[in-house]
Write a protein that binds this ligand. Sequence first.
Ligand SMILES: Cc1cc2nc3c(=O)[nH]c(=O)nc-3n(C[C@H](O)[C@H](O)[C@H](O)COP(=O)(O)OP(=O)(O)OC[C@H]3O[C@@H](n4cnc5c(N)ncnc54)[C@H](O)[C@@H]3O)c2cc1C
Length: 237
Amino acid sequence: MFVKPIEFKAKVKSIINLVPSIFEYKFEVLDLDFEYKAGQFAMMIFDSLIDDSKNVSRAYSISSKPNSKEFELCVEIIEGGQAGTYFSALTEGQIVDFKGPFGMCYIKPENQNDLIMIATGTGIAPIKSIVDDLIAKGDKRKIEILFGVRYEENIFYQDLLDSYSKHENINARITLSKPSEDWNGLKGRVTSHLDEFNWENKDLYICGNGAMIREVRQFGLDQGLDKKQIHLEIFDS
Ligand SMILES: Cc1cc2nc3c(=O)[nH]c(=O)nc-3n(C[C@H](O)[C@H](O)[C@H](O)COP(=O)(O)OP(=O)(O)OC[C@H]3O[C@@H](n4cnc5c(N)ncnc54)[C@H](O)[C@@H]3O)c2cc1C
């Protein structure tokens, strides 16, 4: 069911620094209910702290499972960016303007297919929302998650992914594209592990940077997936 986007205000409840430049922001929705589906995004609307621009907007995938009274974002602060500068100055208790929900990167209720979910960097945000929601609903479909970052020091949500893998139906793995010699885990870009999956009758979710998404999407199509089975959220152009 389509939910019409609404404008609303939300208060910063907490800010957690996950790794350098990546933060988790928890917001409390004020005055009304914010209904969204797991995997959707909201636009943050703010006045620039860099120049005179008013009502600048940037999209952020919601990283928490649906809850009409609160939501979380997982944000990479781009130094010198409009939103990056605004986020850097945010403090607990501050009120922020949003509009949403938007986006099609969610699971339709009638779709029961097993999932392959590929993310790089903060692209893990919508995937976290979807997986947390499925777990909360007791959904037991098979889920393969592959999360790519560059270096060991960029790894975040390791505990979360480990907790996912404790579920019989979920296998969550991290791969490093620039590992140190000490790294014993998966190595290489996410795209170098795509032939490890069984692609039959899977729905594919891909979130993160555009170049990676285009490559993974093409791989999925080459494996025989229909376009309708591929769901994307591109964070850059
Ligand atoms: C649907 C959607 C969902 C998104 N969800 C998230 C999310 O959950 N978490 C998140 O962190 N971001 C997310 N983004 C990206 C986000 O909207 C902003 O683009 C990002 O935060 C940069 O905004 P900015 O205003 O700080 O930078 P800008 O002022 O727009 O750009 C400043 C400079 O940084 C460069 N730049 C912009 N983005 C990046 C980048 N990712 N890496 C390196 N350089 C960059 C620009 O080319 C420019 O030169 C999403 C984008 C879309 C379209």
